[in-house]
Design a binder for this molecule. Structure first.
Ligand code: NAD
Length: 339
């Protein structure tokens, strides 16, 4: 990042360059499911933009990549408005930054409520967010996140995913609830899929995340049905008649109704426990069902979540810690993204 003494015209030029690059990379990633650079390279540019904006707040416009949720709505799908907005997550890249974030949030919660928050600590699944609308227990619509306000209608494609019930099981359903989660391809299924591709003389897929995203955004649901897509729930949007007090309690209720919840999350009391969780999954990230790119820490209490609220891009009650990028060793040189 330029020191404050850098001539302003140079700063503006670098700023414009970063916005242009990030916008281009986002379009390739979200709209074409075919990234042009690695996530780590993208994150470096994005951090540079954030730092430049911190030094020069006068440069920030409402449509800056730091102010909006990335992703458009492709013309291949009908556009649908989410009942409640969908957000991205604030990222931190070091344990020091994470500690500072958690201590600040805990202090603010303790000041307002007299007790520090409990932390719902989850894995950051490397997949694609979906928003499922259930009315009286029946799945009526499924959409991608899109720009957070408007997503793509992928109801027919989601109907092919066995993890996602068309009807909730049991009784006592809310009249309306938006259930959010991540669609992903399990690591072992991804390996098997690529073995099939190679055996058929085709190019293998580059990675599970973009393959899951591309598979879910097929025009023909019969194509989606051929891909081994799975889902874990990680949030709730609009709700009418769902009376739970914490996010973890909500997960337990959703699990009872047959929704796929993650086996990995924990509710923790202290920062030390959160750090232990991070260290544990840092060591065991390749022993999991799916790929992860970090850990998400959330305030578990829903009333406190509402009190903390959101910025235009991210919730103020949640943070994502990203593990340092790993060196990827692959035998498949010159991989072509194939979706
Ligand atoms: P994000 O992926 O960092 O975080 C928000 C998303 O995390 C949510 O929308 C949700 O889908 C997902 N998520 C997974 N597990 C979750 C959990 N347990 N709880 C809540 N949410 C969970 O944010 P983003 O704005 O969607 O994208 C930024 C990410 O995408 C970065 O990792 C960046 O590297 C990558 N990206 C890469 C490129 C590229 O060109 N390679 C371009 C754009 C974005």
């Amino acid at each position: 990042v330029e020191p404050p003494s850098t001539p302003f015209t140079q700063v503006r030029e670098r700023y414009a360059e970063l916005v242009e690059l990030i916008t281009k990379y986002r379009a390739a990633y979200y709209n074409d499911d075919a990234p042009l650079v690695s996530d780590a390279e993208f994150d470096v540019l994005y951090s540079e933009l954030e730092q430049l904006e911190a030094l020069h707040p006068e440069l920030v416009t409402n449509d800056s990549p730091t102010q909006v949720v990335g992703g458009d709505v492709s013309v291949a799908f009908a556009a649908v408005d989410h009942l409640a907005r969908m957000y991205s997550l604030e990222d931190v890249f070091s344990l020091e930054e994470l500690e500072a974030w958690l201590l600040k949030a805990a202090a603010s919660v303790e000041k307002q409520h007299g007790t520090p928050p409990k932390w719902l600590t989850e894995l950051k699944i490397d997949g694609l967010a979906v928003n499922l609308l259930y009315r009286d227990g029946v799945l009526v619509r499924a959409a991608t996140r899109g720009d957070g306000t408007t997503g793509e209608d992928i109801t027919h494609n989601v109907a092919t995913i066995k993890d996602i019930p068309q009807r909730l099981h049991g009784s006592g359903f809310p009249s309306e609830v938006e259930i959010r989660g991540e669609v992903f391809i399990a690591s072992k299924d991804f390996t098997a899929l690529n073995e099939q591709m190679v055996a058929a003389g085709k190019a293998p897929y580059a990675n599970p995340r973009n393959t899951a995203a591309g598979s879910l955004r097929q025009k023909d649901p019969a194509e989606t049905a051929k891909r081994p897509l799975r889902m874990y729930v990680h949030g709730i949007g609009a709700r009418e008649g769902l009376e739970t007090a914490t996010q973890s309690e909500t997960y337990a209720q959703l699990k009872d109704w047959g929704m796929p919840t993650s086996p990995y999350f924990k509710v923790l009391d202290t920062l030390a426990e959160v750090l232990e969780f991070i260290a544990h999954y840092g060591e065991h990230r390749h022993d999991l069902i799916h790929e992860i790119d970090g850990i998400v820490v959330k305030v578990d209490d829903l009333a406190t979540q509402r009190a903390l609220g959101n910025t235009s891009r991210v919730p103020r009650w949640s943070v994502a810690y990203k593990y340092p990028p790993e060196e990827v060793h692959t035998k498949l040189l010159d991989i072509r993204v194939n979706v």
